[in-house]
Design a protein. Structure first.
Length: 197
């Protein structure tokens, strides 16, 4: 399942730097939660001294994934889910290295590779592969539907009737005539404002 568009090389160093910074920030957040939930008072520097391994692991996994994915795409000159699978395997293997056991290294690598390759095959969007062709703004989509299915103003008035903010041409005269006929009250007729259809 490859793209039909021509391949454009990726800047692996820039994407790795962005991934390290972004995942490192997420690691700081998780480390802060771990530091806060500790029973003893660790202070502000406990964020890096006691639970700093979390920050390093998040940054390393994100950076490894981004670098391997982009380097693999550049070497193979294709954009496909195999790039994400390779990056996910090496990133997941880093998670398993902390345990020091080979089955965990392979298991974490295979699990993360499967997850990220599936996500990539689905179009890199939670809504699925239909978003790969291009994002369509929901407001623009609804406006296009309205413009192709717009009904005449008179047809709408005929179907639902006047009132509730929907008034046809000549409404003020018809209202004045109804009030005069029913109650005998003379109501001044205001000049109508032109309707914007």
């Amino acid at each position: 399942m490859t793209d039909q568009t021509p391949f454009h090389p990726r800047d692996a160093i820039a994407s790795t730097t962005n991934a390290v910074l972004l995942n490192g920030a997420a690691g700081v957040l998780i480390s802060g939660v771990q530091n806060t939930l500790a029973k003893e008072n660790r202070g502000i520097f406990g964020l890096f001294t006691k639970t700093g391994g979390t920050v390093a692991m998040f940054a390393a996994v994100g950076g490894t994934y981004a670098f391997i994915k982009d380097a693999s795409a550049n070497l193979r000159e294709t954009n496909d889910p195999w790039n994400a699978a390779l990056g996910g395997f090496f990133g997941g293997a880093l998670l398993g290295i902390r345990t020091g056991r080979i089955p965990y290294v392979i298991g974490f690598g295979a699990g993360l590779a499967t997850l990220l390759a599936s996500f990539d095959a689905g179009g890199n969007h939670w809504r699925g592969s239909k978003w790969r062709e291009g994002y369509v703004d929901d407001v623009a989509r609804r406006e296009s539907i309205r413009s192709t299915r717009r009904r005449a103003y008179e047809e709408t008035i005929e179907e639902i009737g006047e009132g509730r903010g929907v008034y046809g041409p000549g409404y003020a005269e018809r209202r004045a005539a109804r009030l005069k006929e029913k109650y005998g009250v003379e109501v001044p007729v205001e000049h109508e404002k032109p309707y914007a259809y």
